[in-house]
Design a protein around this ligand. Structure first.
Ligand code: KIV
Length: 273
């Protein structure tokens, strides 16, 4: 039974909750394999654009793209909670649009949705929650703001920016979000925002004090084909293992060593002569 958003909301480390483990998933195999490892949440992230579709940023995916991948993830029947990203422009044009798009992701199988931004997004956060859909917030280095930020840059590097981020987080909590992802900020900011909230924070490049951590599946497994960001710990080098395995297959085919006698169907007796 997947943990519900209300159950996750109470998983605060300082109240004795275990750290939350979230990883991205975009299809049935990644969801099945990550779920078998016992993670708490699977995030169908709009990082889909970068790591699966080879795009330079997350601005390139639509609600339909996200729904397609949510359906693939829930086909794994995971025990983890499935949260789906509302992509860029799916909640920027008004509450009606935002609720409809969040509902599309729920009908595809998501148990909650995540959206980026703080006080500027409170109206849509409230509208989605009013439609009975749990919302996860996302603050700091919000990738959908890449053009506005002028690149993927660490955020909240001044006292003023840190206070603004904490105020955003408190406002999101008051609006009813059940958790907040904090991305790409100095660890002291991850600590401050975590201390200021009663709901859990889930960090990515936000230091060790958040209530949970999230990593992109392809980054932690060495599948992304790009230099890992500073905050990534790569737990396996599956990219090298895959290229090496496909290389051995190619060599066997070229040498006439695949398939072997054990890898073919038996010849029916009447075809023997
Ligand atoms: O899309 C994504 O993968 C994310 C994580 C980086 C939190 O939003």
């Amino acid at each position: 039974m997947s943990p519900s958003a209300p159950a996750l909301r109470s998983q605060k480390r300082r109240h004795g909750g275990a750290p939350l483990v979230m990883v991205t998933a975009y299809d049935e195999p990644s969801a099945r394999l990550a779920d078998a490892a016992g993670v708490d949440l699977l995030l169908v992230g709009d990082s889909l654009a970068n790591v699966v579709l080879g795009q330079p940023d997350t601005l390139q995916v639509s609600v339909e793209d996200m729904a397609h991948h949510v359906r693939a993830v829930v086909a794994a029947r995971p025990s983890a909670h499935v949260v789906a990203d509302l992509p860029w422009l799916s909640y920027h044009l008004g509450e009606h649009d935002a609720v409809r798009n969040a509902a599309t992701l729920v009908r595809a199988g998501a148990q909650s949705v995540k959206l980026e931004g703080g006080r500027r997004r409170l109206d849509v956060v409230r509208a989605i929650i009013d439609a009975e859909i749990p919302v996860m917030g996302h603050l700091g280095l919000t990738p959908q703001s890449v053009l506005a930020f002028g690149g993927f840059k660490v955020q909240a590097k001044t006292r003023e920016a840190m206070s603004a981020l904490v105020e955003d987080a408190v406002a999101l909590q008051e609006a009813g979000v059940y958790a907040i992802v904090v991305e790409g900020v100095p660890p002291v900011v991850g600590t401050a925002v975590t201390e200021a909230l009663e709901i859990p924070t889930i960090g990515i490049g936000a230091g060790p004090d958040t209530d949970g951590q999230v990593l992109v599946f392809h980054d932690l497994l060495g599948l992304s084909g790009r230099a890992p960001a500073k905050f990534v710990r790569q737990y396996a080098d599956l990219g090298t293992a895959i290229t090496e395995a496909v290389g051995r297959y190619a060599a066997d085919v070229r040498a006439g060593a695949f398939p072997s006698g054990a890898e073919v169907y038996a010849t029916p007796p009447e075809l023997l002569d």
